[in-house]
Design a binder for this molecule. Structure first.
Ligand code: UDP
Length: 329
């Protein structure tokens, strides 16, 4: 049974392919390599270098492979860039998904699991966040993810399409092998930046604000290991293949850690002092984002196995210390 993974050379896509192959699935991977890395691809995945907006290339792929289900990660994900270049985000994230759904319809492939984001909620009114809570994105990236969810919904009403949208909280950590991990250019995420400070690649970590209404004044986030996310995609696909209806699930560890707690854990695990300096708040950062993932646990039988803060940081450190410049030699 072949599973097509779009965006298979990206951070979460590459980890999902490793899990799929470990579980015996046959995998075709597509990526335009605009933000992904060829080295992140599992050697057993058949790779197609294409842009999902290229309808002809997608159609050729669907003609060549016998695809039973699709997992879709091919999207831009930098919040800051989405605010300065919204058209780029609508074009890739939404127009790309439209051409993918056209290819699926033409080839009678009906099951799709795709990356959504906690960014669809915006500033939460209550925490933990539930799937039925209001969706009011505060940035363009989150708006495109919500638009993708709505696109799937309306497309499903008009055809046999069925989808699962997975709303991730803070993806982090790396494969236990240390062979693949998180690599963004530019890097904006807290844990990789803290580890760069640990390895001496950067002098210190900037803490974005310390007067939030939280116990230590720094922002609280819900950090979820990328291998647990990968597992959720496989469970979601199995759910659809068993006839499950359209659905939306939060994926988080349901525990919040502050920026200072993350830095403290990284100091302990790396044994490095890690200099930190409080700087101005980052505009648009909510004080506290923590998921309720009860629905995914109940319906998909998902059980995060790797998402203690220590395991997240230890796995990320194993990747970072063996690949200090990511996939770039
Ligand atoms: N953060 C920080 N310094 C940095 C990067 C991030 O203090 O150099 C904080 C940020 O304000 C947020 C948390 O770390 O509260 C996680 O940020 P990240 O960008 O990793 O993910 P986000 O929650 O924005 O998706």
């Amino acid at each position: 049974m072949t599973i097509l993974v779009l965006g298979g050379a990206g951070y979460i896509g590459s980890h999902t392919i490793y899990e799929l192959i470990a579980e015996g699935y046959d995998v075709a991977a597509a990526d335009n390599l605009s933000t992904g890395f060829k080295q992140a691809l599992h050697p057993q995945a058949r790779f197609y270098q294409l842009d999902i907006r290229d309808q002809a290339a997608l159609n050729a792929l669907f003609a060549q492979e016998k695809i039973a289900g699709v997992i879709h990660f091919a999207a831009f994900s930098q919040v800051g860039e989405s605010m300065t270049d919204p058209l780029k985000y609508y074009d890739n994230n939404l127009a790309g998904t439209i051409s993918l759904l056209k290819a699926m319809r033409q080839n009678n492939v009906n099951n799709i699991v795709f990356s959504s984001s906690a960014a669809v909620y915006g500033e939460p009114q209550t925490v933990p966040i539930l799937e039925g809570d209001p969706t009011q994105p505060t940035n363009c990236y989150g708006e495109t993810k919500l638009a993708m969810e709505k696109l799937m919904y309306w497309a499903s009403q008009a055809s046999g399409l069925r989808y699962v949208a997975l709303r991730y909280f803070n993806a982090c950590g790396a494969h236990p092998s240390g062979q693949i991990g998180e690599a963004h250019n530019p890097e904006t995420h807290l844990i990789p930046l803290v580890l760069q400070a640990a390895s001496g690649q950067r002098q210190k970590i900037a803490i974005f604000g310390n007067d939030y209404p939280t116990p230590d004044g720094t922002c609280i986030r819900d950090y979820i290991h990328v291998c647990d996310l990968a597992q959720a995609h496989i469970l979601a696909l199995q759910y659809l293949m068993a006839g499950g209806a359209n659905n939306v699930f939060n994926l988080g560890s349901d525990v919040g850690f502050s920026v200072r707690q993350v830095i403290a854990a990284a100091r302990q695990i790396t044994g490095q002092p890690i200099l930190a300096e409080v700087v101005a708040k980052r505009p648009g950062d909510p004080a506290r984002l923590v998921a309720s993932s009860a629905k995914a646990k109940q319906i998909l039988n998902w059980q995060p196995q790797h998402s203690s803060l220590d395991e997240i940081i230890a796995s990320a450190w194993k990747w970072h210390s063996s690949h200090p410049t990511g996939y770039v030699d």
